[in-house]
Design a protein around this ligand. Structure first.
Ligand SMILES: O=P(O)(O)OC[C@H]1O[C@H](OP(=O)(O)OP(=O)(O)O)[C@H](O)[C@@H]1O
Ligand SMILES: NC(=O)CC[C@H](N)C(=O)O
Ligand SMILES: [Mg+2]
Length: 505
């Protein structure tokens, strides 16, 4: 998952973009970037690293201008090279800088079209650079130096027809304004906000509403699936539905893991959805494990805490913080390699022995993906003297690869792939393992906005909402992006030109 943000302001936007990216950091820890527009020029700073490490005072001082966009990256295509950090740039038409959250599922076909038909140069292996060039190609049909909202929306409508997959996008177009749009299924989130100033209204889009809160913008609404938002440099807001058959189908994994609990996505409080997940899973545990002697419920920080507390309430058992999280280590699941992820679990979490000694503990996590966390945490609980260690997952078994912006390209790497629950339980060495039912997960989220009739749930049921995913595609992404490919160098570290990028020095 990546995080994107864009602001058309009435005063310098560099600090607000930076602050917004820091609260979107949980969506991508690999690279960060900001582009601002000032006097008809782009100022760009992007590099691998966390927001606080990428932007130093000397960069911030150069990021002048009242319009800009930003990105935090978690790679799902191409490599982790700094050359694939976003925003990306093309010089024609007008000069466009661009940031994307999601993953295109027809990138392979699009590459041929962009290079051979449009004769555009693609300098990286990132699907986002391709998407930028498709947007640029469609905007090329406009006339004159000032885009009309109609021309912008016609271009977005044409882009929707060409591309498949998940995309929430923000772009700045020199001399014109800021464009943002969301795919026709609304798989990835995008929120729109506004701030009133004495000089007029400022507009902002961001992956999560929490970014609006952090910089003092008021949430207006979610960008609708398929909709485009165009804000001119002067601050006029234009919106239009640009997709033919938009059907809201948000990614359910945003609610399980990705998003911050204080965000609202498509009218749903992420926090409330997690409390609901805890309520439903707690009831299932009470039903199916009635004879189990659980002494205490312990969350695996950080994302599962809201779920675990509600499970403890349902079971009428004490809730204790048995693990302390090192606040200086980021999320382990979105780290780029399995070696790094494995090492980080113990550096990140440490047990408070007294909470485990001679107790039967129920550990709760939001999800079990590769099993990296659960296996090590159960071992830590036992080392701390736990008698029995039971494990509950707020999400169902994850058995299918993700193709929409979550880096789970290979079924073989998923611990529940091809395995029954008791086999997974044995592998992670739990005394008992229980998963949320898929329908309960859907209900937990949907109850908070019944207008949404379906969710993107492919990692649990293998039903890919865009309808274009076949075995050949899954095999291709597996070969390109599985652990072996990443470590054997098949995914070459590009050291290509980082054009228009401020250096580290
Ligand atoms: O089965 P795995 O492959 O280990 O993946 C699942 C784990 O990874 C995530 O935690 P993470 O450390 O990324 O972030 P968090 O602090 O938000 O829980 C998630 O919350 C689970 O704990
Ligand atoms: N997680 C994402 O949204 C990734 C965006 C894009 N596919 C990239 O790899 O840079
Ligand atoms: Mg976790």
């Amino acid at each position: 998952m990546c995080g994107i943000v864009g602001i058309v302001g009435k005063s310098p936007v560099n600090q607000a973009l930076y602050d917004a990216l820091t609260v979107l950091q949980h969506r991508g820890q690999d690279a960060a970037g900001i582009v601002t527009v000032d006097k008809g020029r782009f100022n760009l700073r992007k590099d691998n690293g966390l927001v606080k490490d990428v932007f130093h005072t000397r960069h911030m001082l150069k990021l002048t201008g009242q319009l800009g966009i930003g990105h935090v990256r978690y790679p799902t295509a191409g490599s982790s090279s700094s050359a694939e950090a976003q925003p990306f740039y093309v010089n024609s038409p007008f000069g466009i800088a661009f940031a994307h959250n999601g993953n295109l599922t027809n990138a392979h076909e699009l590459h041929d079209e962009v290079t051979k038909v449009s004769r555009r140069h693609i300098n990286t292996t990132s699907d986002s650079e391709l998407l930028l060039n498709i947007v640029a190609h469609e905007l090329q049909h406009s006339v004159g130096m000032k885009l009309t909202p109609d021309e912008v929306f016609t271009a977005v409508a044409a882009v929707h027809k060409k591309i498949r997959g998940a995309y929430a996008v923000v772009a700045t177009i020199i001399g014109n304004g800021m464009l943002a749009f969301r795919d026709p299924f609304g798989i990835r989130p995008l929120a729109l906000g506004k701030r009133k100033t004495e000089f007029g209204d400022e507009y902002m889009v961001a992956s999560e509403s929490v970014a609006l809160d952090a910089v003092g913008f008021t949430f207006i609404r979610d960008v609708a699936p398929g909709e485009a938002i165009y804000v001119t440099e002067a601050g006029e807001l234009h919106t239009q539905q640009c997709a033919q058959n938009p059907i809201s189908s948000p990614c359910i994994f945003e609610f399980v893991y990705f998003a911050r609990p204080d965000s609202f996505i498509d009218g749903i409080s992420v926090y409330a959805s997690r409390v609901n997940m805890g309520r439903k899973l707690g009831k299932k545990i009470a039903r199916e494990w009635a004879d189990l002697d659980i002494d205490v419920v312990i969350p695996i920080p950080e994302t599962s805490t809201d779920v675990a507390l509600q499970i403890a309430i349902e079971l009428d058992k004490p809730y204790r913080q048995g693990f302390v999280k090192n606040r200086y280590i980021g999320r382990t699941f979105i780290m780029p390699g399995q070696t790094m992820r494995r090492k980080s679990v113990r550096r990140k979490l440490n047990a408070i022995s007294s909470e485990f000694k001679d107790k039967n503990v129920l550990l709760v996590d939001d999800s079990i993906v590769r099993g990296t966390t659960s296996e090590q945490i159960i071992e830590m609980a036992r080392e701390s003297g736990a008698k029995k260690v039971y494990f509950a997952s707020a999400a169902p078994e994850i058995r299918f690869p993700n193709v929409y912006g979550i880096d789970m390209p290979s079924a073989n790497e998923l611990i529940a792939y091809g395995r029954e629950i008791d086999e997974v339980s044995e592998l992670i060495r739990a005394d008992g393992l229980i998963f949320q039912d898929i329908q309960d997960l859907i209900d937990a989220v949907r109850e908070l906005n019944p207008q949404i009739t379906r969710f993107e749930t492919s990692v649990f049921d293998g039903k890919y909402i865009t309808g274009d995913i076949n075995q050949a595609y899954l095999e291709r992404i597996d070969t390109q992006r599985n652990e072996g490919a990443k470590t054997s160098g098949l995914q070459t570290e590009l050291s290509n030109l980082e054009m228009h990028n401020m250096s580290n020095g």
